[in-house]
Design a protein. Structure first.
Length: 126
């Protein structure tokens, strides 16, 4: 399954094997072996692939068809973080986190902690 997903994702990006291999810091021949299922990438390479293609490791390995999710067997039903991460608006916002400055990060965290504090004060008032 990994080899099929790898080929699919590379072609979606309209990349050659050489281009993707350069991004990953591996040889084109190693990538070719991965794509023909003659060799398996190590864990570090799988993680780099998932990060580069913005998909989950579970998706790469064929454990789920949800590009951003985890296999159903690996999380508890009702997991709040899982449901939040499936929200397309949240996913889009999270993609932007790679580009925020330290000041923007501090402002974002201050805002989130403010929301948490306000919610806690509301509970305390009851």
């Amino acid at each position: 399954m990994l080899y099929e997903r790898l080929v699919e994702l590379r072609k979606e990006r309209k990349m050659t094997q050489e281009e993707l291999a350069n991004v990953l810091g591996i040889s084109r021949s190693a990538l070719s072996l991965y794509e023909t299922d003659k060799r398996q990438p190590d864990f570090q390479t799988i993680c780099r692939l998932a990060d580069f293609f913005n998909v989950s490791v579970d998706y790469l390995l064929g454990r789920t068809d949800d590009r951003y999710g985890v296999a159903r067997t690996t999380y508890k039903a009702g997991n709040k973080a899982d449901s939040i991460l499936r929200d397309p608006d949240i996913r889009e916002a999270l993609d932007e986190l790679d580009y925020i400055t330290a000041d923007e990060k501090e402002s974002l965290l201050t805002h989130l902690y403010g929301i948490k504090s306000k919610r806690q004060r509301g509970r305390d008032d009851k």
